[in-house]
Write a protein that binds this ligand. Sequence first.
Ligand code: FES
Ligand SMILES: [Fe+2]
Length: 436
Amino acid sequence: MHNLPATDPELDLAALIQPDRVSRRLYTDQAIFDLEMQRIFGRAWLYLAHESQLPREGDYVTTWMGTQPVIVVRHKGGAIHVLHNRCPHRGVMVITDDHGNTGNTIRCGYHGWTFRTNGELLLAPMRDAYANRYDMQDHACFGLSRVPRVDSYRGFIFGSLAPLSYPLPELATFLGEATHCIDRIADRAPAGEVDVSGGVHKYLIRGNWKAQVENLNDNYHPPFSHACTTDETTQRQFRRRYGDDSGVHLDTSEQNSKWDSVLAQGLDWGLSYCGPLPFNHEKRGGPLYDAHHSALAAKHGETHAEEILTDFFHNVIVYPSVVMQLASSHVRTIRPVAPDYTEIRVYPIKLKGAPEEINRQLIRYLNITHSAASLIQSDDVEMFRRVQGGLASQGQEWVWFNRHMEDDQFRRGGGTSEVVMRNQYQAGYLRYMEEK
Ligand code: FES
Ligand SMILES: [Fe+2]
């Protein structure tokens, strides 16, 4: 599983990834993509699912770790296992639905081998044929392989394919400051936990996975990429959520320096977050806001409730696989399929214990902004397609991330700075890729 592909003898990572620019080959080259799947997606903590998607024994979600299919399943007694979705017999994917309940067992559709939900082989039909020569209880040969590291934070389940010898910290340490962002999302639920079982938007983009990851904390692009989604004169979008009677004010004037007032903060392992957007202010007050505030105040007290409802960040990237947003509350996963194909999944994060209308509005809002046919996300998707198209050109070698190169403090800059992308390459990408 951990055999690395033959490395291109010409592949000199330090030459391809410089402090202020990276080679176009990172977005187009199959050998580099294969190495990324082994060394980045084969090692990092990757987001897999949320516990609310698996409330009962036997509930499962299928997903991918890089290009490898896995099953996240709740076993007897409540433990969650992450199993490779690959029959040990002849290689069939044992579950193909996105989610469901498999009872106590998982049965392969090809020849009927049947496994417990912890991956152990329960029975192989007409077993006598294997005689005594094989120990069918030998899990390494005949069980559904388990992903070696699985952990969760506030119900968000992560796994890592890294062998235990790889120096990956525990999940909470890996998340570092990002835990505060995840706490804030979960604390907004008066019940203290969120619900990510509200459906999903899925789409394939014709672009490299890094184009999406680099876009998430990029506050240089909105005045241009998203100009078409706002009214030219009022700079207003559409009604957003409770307390907002007039629509989001998304200022797309080209010289708008307010975007630079947004904090961009890189973290260890290529993680990052950005501060609240300058035009994202929701008005306080109104019956729904008040009901939400009261429910939180009953649990946390007035002052803390106020704090919880204040946006201190816009979104947080747990590099390389997921971003979570606070105000437009959702989880967005990034799954590389090929150098020029990436699957995106967007799951609304519902707030347990909040007035139901808030959760309904959230889903309506995400339908408008983040579905395949949305007003905002489709602008970005079109840009990723154009990036991939442009990088087919060999007229220039470099993709530049040098904006505010001289001004940034360590890993920190203004919104239009490209410090976060530089941090993704230096603290994340290279760290994983350089280790053999
Ligand atoms: S491939 Fe699964 S039982 Fe044969
Ligand atoms: Fe965008």
